[in-house]
Ligand binder design. Structure first.
Ligand SMILES: C[S@@+](CC[C@H](N)C(=O)[O-])C[C@H]1O[C@@H](n2cnc3c(N)ncnc32)[C@H](O)[C@@H]1O
Length: 237
């Protein structure tokens, strides 16, 4: 049976209470965040950026980005309200510059072409329709904008054991993509350049960087009427 959003909601509602104290913060999430922030700074410097973090959880990553990129305006979206609520103090500390939103990676509540950067850290394996999520990531990026996606690297034996055996035993039938599959998903969604870097260590991860096409983005069929051609950023910021 495929992992579904109901399972994700149950898992993260339960986990939200202890999530910030998890050992994975040190082993996987912290190193992933640093790798993504390093790439953003490498490509964009400290420019003023509109940034969307998908699967933002309790806001630890948004908080780190805010400190590293003080000029950025950040939107964080997460399926599970319990995760967002657990980060209430963090969101409040950055009010006006960081905006949490409850929603689904497969139906992003934003008009096309809004963001310079879209990030997704260790959340992608929870998405039942990964092709839809990547298409949405591409759609909401400005022409030439960057997707930076990190997830567990499962192609080598150690990563396979951690993610496909241990994590799958705990979380259920989540899906960590192979490096090749993720590249294909990005290309199918219309991304122009895709580069990938493996970070080895106790919890190896893959950083995929994909550049949105230079042409105009396509509007989303699920956004109609007032949302279709307008900027949701102005409304929610
Ligand atoms: C392991 S946590 C990662 C949190 C954060 N990105 C980090 O690096 O610390 C995965 C997050 O993805 C969220 N998530 C799962 N399925 C989702 C979906 N379909 N759309 C948006 N968020 C989702 C979960 O609620 C959870 O907060």
């Amino acid at each position: 049976m495929r992992y579904d959003k109901h399972q994700a909601t149950e898992e993260f509602t339960r986990w939200s209470k202890s999530y910030d104290r998890s050992i994975l913060q040190k082993l996987l999430f912290g190193p992933s965040h640093r790798a993504i922030i390093g790439r953003i700074r490498g490509r964009f410097g400290s420019n003023r950026l509109n940034l969307l973090d998908i699967g933002c959880g309790t806001g630890v990553f948004a908080h780190r980005m805010r400190e590293a990129l003080p000029e950025a305006r950040i939107w964080g979206i997460d399926l599970v309200s319990g995760m967002l609520e657990k980060g209430a103090e963090r969101w409040a500390a950055h009010a006006g510059r960081v905006q949490p939103i409850q929603g689904d990676s497969e139906r992003l509540p934003f008009a096309a072409g809004q963001f310079d950067v879209v990030t997704c850290s260790n959340s992608f394996h929870h998405y039942p329709h990964q092709d839809r999520a990547v298409a949405e990531m591409c759609r909401v990026l400005k022409p030439g904008g960057s997707l930076l996606l990190v997830d567990g690297y499962r192609d080598a034996p150690w990563g396979w054991f951690i993610y496909d055996v241990c994590v799958a035993t705990v979380e259920g039938n989540v899906h960590h993509c192979s490096r090749k599959r993720l590249r294909e998903l990005c290309q199918q969604a219309g991304f122009e350049t895709v580069t990938q870097k493996i970070h080895r260590g106790a919890a190896p991860f893959l950083l995929t960087e994909a550049i949105a096409p230079a042409s105009s983005p396509i509007p989303a069929p699920h956004l109609t009427g007032e949302h279709a051609g307008t900027s949701l950023l102005a409304k929610s910021a």
